[in-house]
Design a protein around this ligand. Structure first.
Ligand SMILES: [Zn+2]
Length: 183
């Protein structure tokens, strides 16, 4: 079993698996009714095999928010933080300020598939690496400050354009102005 990352606040471990609590927004002990109520307020989680993307599609359609704000709204889709928001929208060439309700079904399906793949890879890797490794290099060799295309980058790691950033949904959004043109 892999040792916990430095930012882990709590690890619950059995003989073959461990559950790590990283950067929680709140700590709270809940009874069964509380757990059911909490889960009922969450959108589908892309990391779960039984996640229903149709629920996220419907939630997205019902929100007046910008896409970038909707993505980190846990009632729309669960589990997406600021790194996945920035990198998944970049990968899909979607501008974060675009209205969430304006996504076509094809664009949404691509975004959902991107989130599932990106988040699943991060679980396997134990860290978030979204850049494609250059030839002869593996993802695990990529240093932390080179591991993302636009998140906390001065320039886009794919095309070199200066990354733009602004507050969206209470967090800093990042985008490449060339590959994610404003709608
Ligand atoms: Zn770019």
């Amino acid at each position: 079993m892999r040792p916990p990352l430095p930012q882990v606040r709590l690890r619950l471990a059995g003989a073959t698996a461990a559950w790590d609590l990283i950067a929680p927004a709140t700590y709270e002990l809940l009874d069964h009714a509380g757990v059911a109520g909490l889960l009922g307020r969450l959108g589908p989680d892309p990391l779960r095999e039984d996640a229903d993307p149709n629920r996220a599609w419907a939630n997205r359609n019902a929100t007046p928010s910008a896409l970038g704000a909707a993505l980190i709204d846990q009632s729309v889709i669960a589990g997406i933080g600021n790194v996945f928001r920035a990198e998944a929208l970049f990968a899909c060439r979607l501008h974060p300020s675009r209205p969430a309700a304006s996504l076509t079904r094809a664009e949404f399906d691509r975004l959902w598939a991107t989130l599932c793949a990106m988040m699943g890879r991060a679980v396997d890797d134990g860290r978030i690496v979204t850049v494609d490794p250059s030839a002869g290099r593996s993802r695990t060799d990529i240093p932390e400050d080179e591991a993302r295309y636009v998140y906390k980058q001065a320039c886009c790691r794919r095309c070199g354009a200066p990354v733009v950033s602004w507050i969206l949904g209470g967090r800093i959004a990042y985008a490449c102005p060339v590959e994610q043109p404003a709608a």
